[in-house]
Design a protein around this ligand. Structure first.
Ligand code: ADP
Length: 282
């Protein structure tokens, strides 16, 4: 009995305790080797899962910090270079040059604001105030913000919606931000004379909103990653559009936090469709 007790319980528990100490000291690669069935084996499995999650989270955090540093470096070095050149009288201190410095500060401010939104969403601190919302008038309101830019690029924007579209149960401000981000991408990645369509439909699951463009499209190998933080299909090109690389990550967080779903379809060279669906009032 004593032998069995030691072999089946005490020894495995000792292994878990030793591994837990290792994890506490920061060795997140540590795993326990306990086989068999029963509660002790289950404990070993749970421990390994916990260590794997901690390890993955730490990796994500480290990557995130590296990405943020990378994203900050470009605008900061442009700012520094330009200001130093002005101080050395190599660059004239005129409106044009000050405007380009101002553009970089706007880019930095947007990056910081987007990071703040994401980190609040991550920690569950982003407040949502859902209410009965008419997505037709919300879309018109967001479209309005783009009218001048659309006209300048001669891109047409149509809203297709049935007259009897039911109301959705969403936070109107957060949903306007989702639409804004999707429309902003559709606008930036659609060349002159292109078309954008916002399509609203409803079925038994809820209301579906599609933002369809006739833009550059996304290669199939990049499509699964576009909702990742800082993922850009073409880094050099998208920097000139002023994107932070966080727009779609924010869209995903905001939609999923409201019990919705978002996905993308695209054909390279033809265009993209970003779709999200949101629920009805309970
Ligand atoms: P960004 O701030 O760079 O636009 P996003 O997270 O909004 O970042 O988008 C990530 C990337 O997905 C973009 O850099 C772009 O490569 C691609 N993308 C997003 N929307 C579209 C679109 N409508 N058409 C083509 N590519 C798109």
């Amino acid at each position: 009995m004593a032998y069995l007790f030691t072999r089946q319980i005490v020894a495995p528990l000792g292994k878990v305790t030793a591994a837990a100490r290792q994890v506490a000291q920061g060795n997140l690669e540590q795993r326990v080797d306990i086989h068999g069935s029963g509660e002790i084996a289950e404990l070993g499995e749970s421990f390994n899962m916990m260590a794997a999650t901690l390890n993955r989270d730490q990796q994500l955090r480290q990557n995130m910090v590296a990405d943020i540093a990378h994203e900050l470096r470009t605008p900061l070095s442009i700012l520094q270079g330009n200001i130093e050149a002005m101080l050395d009288d190599v660059l004239e201190t005129n409106t044009d040059n000050l405007t380009s410095i101002h553009q970089e500060t706007l880019l930095l401010a947007r990056l910081v604001e987007d990071l703040r939104t994401l980190s609040l969403a991550d920690s569950g601190q982003l407040r949502f105030q859902p209410e009965n919302t008419d997505l037709r008038s919300l879309s018109l309101q967001v479209i309005d913000e783009f009218q001048t830019q659309l006209a300048a690029k001669n891109v047409s924007l149509a809203l297709e919606t049935p007259n009897d579209l039911p109301q959705a149960w969403v936070d109107p401000d957060r949903t306007a931000q989702v639409l804004h981000n999707l429309l902003s991408n559709a606008f930036h990645f659609t060349p002159e004379d292109g078309n954008i369509t916002i399509q609203l439909t409803s079925d038994s699951n809820g209301i579906t909103v599609s933002v369809i463009d006739t833009g550059v499209g996304i290669p199939p190998e990049d499509l699964p990653n576009v909702f990742d933080r800082f993922y850009r299909v073409d880094r050099s090109r998208t920097r000139s559009t002023g994107g932070s690389g966080l727009g779609l990550a924010i869209v995903k967080q905001l939609v999923e936090a409201q019990n919705g779903r978002v996905w993308a379809d695209s054909t390279e060279g033809k265009g993209s469709t970003f779709t999200f669906c949101v629920p009805y009032p309970a």
